[in-house]
Design a protein around this ligand. Structure first.
Ligand code: SF4
Length: 215
């Protein structure tokens, strides 16, 4: 595949790992996809509210407009201990080099306690307990590692608002080596991908099924 994608984001890498052809239709051919579902709207509302709150805005009228389910999740998020620490950035866009490529992400929040940094990510749909090699984990930790030099510790905190739990990944030198390898490998696979030689899975379906299997 022609590498005309300037920055690789976690959702792109995840999609390629699930189906290279689907990735190709969405990001190389840029074929429009359906509108997001209701769960997406809930997530968006909570993320916006958290952003306003951390920026010190008056959120009273927004809180009143939440659905009961959203209000429950917001209560969990608002009372998490990280929101009492120092705010480094909210909805922060970061890009950084990874070898010859660029990786990027939009981080919900970066928080600091002394010289320890925490990347926060709010999940309204639940989260798996093993997120160490999730693309979002790998990309965001590598991004913050390159931006916040000299930190004492760097951790990724998934705040699972649906189940009121937290999943933490602490970055270290071994993970850095592993993340660099995994991310470089998948970006190389994307660059080398040839859709004409890819055999579609006959049993799966997605928004591009009619294109990928026209008969
Ligand atoms: S239908 Fe299956 S093989 Fe075809 S693009 Fe979608 S996920 Fe990929």
């Amino acid at each position: 595949m022609q590498s005309d994608i300037p920055v690789f984001y976690p959702n792109m890498l995840k999609l390629f790992s699930e189906c290279p052809l689907r990735f190709y239709y969405r990001y190389s051919e840029q074929i429009p996809t359906p509108l997001p579902d209701k769960g997406f709207v809930t997530g968006k509302n909570i993320h916006s509210l958290a952003s306003y709150y951390l920026k010190g805005m008056d959120i009273t009228k927004f809180e009143k407009a939440l659905t009961p389910k959203e209000a429950e999740m917001w209560s969990v998020l608002k009372n998490n201990p990280y929101f009492d620490m120092d705010i480094v950035g909210v909805e922060k866009n970061i890009i950084a080099r990874l070898g010859d490529n660029w990786i990027g992400g939009r981080l919900d929040a970066v928080i600091k306690n002394g010289n320890s940094y925490f990347i926060l990510d709010y999940k309204t749909g639940g989260v798996n307990s093993d997120m160490v090699y999730d693309f979002q984990t790998m990309v965001y930790l590598m991004l913050c590692h390159s931006v916040y030099e000299g930190y004492d510790s760097l951790s990724f905190i998934y705040l699972d608002l649906k189940n009121n739990k937290e999943v933490t990944i602490v970055f270290n030198d071994d993970l850095k080596i592993e993340y660099e390898k995994r991310l470089s490998d998948i970006i190389a696979s994307i660059t080398e991908f040839n859709p004409s030689k890819y055999e579609p899975n006959p049993d799966c379906n997605c928004e591009f099924s009619n294109i990928c299997r026209p008969n």
